[in-house]
Design a protein around this ligand. Structure first.
Ligand code: FAD
Length: 460
């Protein structure tokens, strides 16, 4: 597939550069997977070297091994959420958070299976559940396990428990630290495998490393963000209960982002508070002057007061993040947006227009009503600068509407996209139900998974 800009095929060197960028991402992704596995398994296998006590029954050893593995996975969770751009780039933040959630279930299952196996093979150990009479090492084990169970319950049923995002986030971090530190205290206290002092120090150093990641996220990163503030220059009302905040860097050059990426915005308080929210950039990535825009729809505690943010206010931006971005080989771009999912698409379209890209772009855009269509006029204006087709799909269309109605599904896609479907590059962002429907429609159209990119607006 050829890359073109402004209708002209990009020079061979540029084409090769874009292709090699994607292979570098794949290689980097593979390298991080290997490093991840090493961090989980190596500290456990290291215990087998040097002096160690005579082997015990298979199930005892097995239960200890899975306990070690569970704890190592838990510790590495601090790394997964540390927002290291270099680590997350090959996949995108949402995939990393998804992995963080799923792997935590595996870790908790391993940690819980550890005592259960021991209780089954040696029922006399059940006495250790009595925290009044049990030794400290067993109390730490109980504390670690209960904290892990609390983490899972609160994460899975946060909304049912009516926990605000902020309250949940703080307790999540505190419980995670308690779980890991108590887990390591249990291990060191038992010290069965720690005959050689270096093994004990290896695990203590590992714990210090995990907690160091937390210190990096909570102290060093916010410090960096604090030193690079932004100023709100305009708060603009858009259609569909959405407001655009325009921001410019204050005393620094800002950062460069790629269209479709997002940043964490802190409007009230400092970056040290757990109060930042993720929003896609809605402005062009091609201007290079450091100014950025975010378009925010009223939804909950923070966003419902977005129109009250005063012009001139100092805010903080941590970014850019995310792998939901154009720049892959494609004959045409297909953007599928629902509601406020239009924001990253707006950035992609403005960037393509600013770069003079003349490849065809089809935007399928689902909104509730005609009046609700965020950026309706701006999108229309972009048609003059792009080879752009816009298909509005309205849930409640006005009388006499002859366009698409209902929701974006396989039929709507089939009516507006030219084959070969597998050659286009797809970007999907909107409500979960719409994204699920579009993803399965693309699978039906035999579009390879590598050809579509999804951005889900919820990490938790
Ligand atoms: C990658 C990404 C890009 C996004 N881009 C946009 C955008 O361009 N425009 C837009 O309007 N919305 C966007 N969102 C959604 C936006 O982040 C949430 O709507 C907003 O954080 C809700 O906060 P609230 O306090 O108003 O609502 P609440 O009612 O408190 O929360 C609603 C839901 O939003 C999520 N949420 C709340 N606070 C946070 C937080 N601090 N961090 C992460 N998730 C949180 C939780 O799942 C919560 O249940 C994006 C989300 C993600 C993940």
């Amino acid at each position: 597939m050829l890359f073109t800009v402004g209708g002209a095929v990009l020079p061979r060197s540029e084409q090769a550069a874009r292709r090699s960028e994607s292979s570098v991402y794949t290689a980097r992704g593979a390298l991080w997977v290997i490093i991840y596995l090493l961090f989980v398994l190596a500290p456990m296998f290291a215990l087998l070297f040097g002096a160690h006590p005579p082997a015990r029954a298979f199930w005892t050893e097995f239960s200890v091994a899975i306990g070690y593995a569970g704890l190592a996975i838990m510790g590495l969770q601090f790394g997964l959420t540390a927002r290291f751009r270099y680590v997350t780039e090959p996949w995108g933040e949402d995939v990393i958070y998804h992995f963080h959630r799923q792997i935590s279930l595996v870790a908790v299952a391993l940690v819980i299976a550890h005592p259960i196996i021991l209780f089954i093979i040696r029922p006399e150990l059940l006495a250790l559940l009595n925290s009044i009479t049990a030794p400290w090492r067993a109390r730490f084990a109980a504390l670690s396990t209960y904290s892990l169970i609390a983490i899972v319950v609160m994460a899975l049923w946060r909304t049912k428990l009516r926990l605000s995002y902020e309250a949940w986030h703080i307790s999540h971090v505190v419980l995670a630290v308690v779980a890991v530190v108590a887990g390591i205290a249990h291990m060191v206290g038992w010290s069965f495998y720690f005959g050689d002092p270096w093994k004990r120090w290896l695990w203590i150093a590992l714990t210090a490393f995990w907690l160091g990641l937390l210190v990096y996220v909570r102290i060093f990163k916010p410090l960096f963000v604090l030193r690079r503030p932004y100023r709100i220059t305009e708060v603009r009302k858009e259609r569909g209960e959405t407001w655009t905040l325009l921001m410019e860097p204050e005393g620094h050059a800002g950062f460069r982002f790629r269209p479709g990426q997002f940043g964490w915005l802190t409007v009230y308080g400092s970056p040290f508070k757990v109060s930042s929210h993720p929003f896609s950039f809605s402005s062009s990535a091609a201007n290079g002057d450091g100014k950025v825009a975010m378009s925010i729809r009223k939804l909950g505690d923070f966003t419902s007061k977005i129109d009250e943010v005063p012009v001139g206010r100092r805010v903080y931006l941590d970014g850019p993040y995310g792998a939901f971005t154009i720049g892959h080989p494609a004959d045409m771009h297909v953007l599928v947006a629902g509601g406020v999912g239009i924001t990253p698409m707006m950035s992609m379209l403005s960037t393509l227009a600013d770069e003079g890209d003349r490849r065809p772009v089809v935007l399928l855009y689902g909104s509730k009503t005609w009046d609700d269509i965020t950026f309706r006029e701006e999108l229309e204006a972009l048609k003059a600068r792009l080879n752009l087709t816009i298909v509005h799909v309205l849930e409640n269309p006005p009388e006499g509407w002859t366009g698409e109605r209902g929701f974006i599904d396989a039929e709507v896609l089939g009516r507006h996209l030219p084959p070969p479907y597998g050659e286009h590059e797809y970007f999907i962002c909107g409500p979960g139900v719409m994204m699920d429907a579009v993803e399965s429609a693309l699978a039906e159209l035999r579009v390879p998974i590598s050809k579509y990119h999804s951005e889900r607006y919820s990490f938790v």
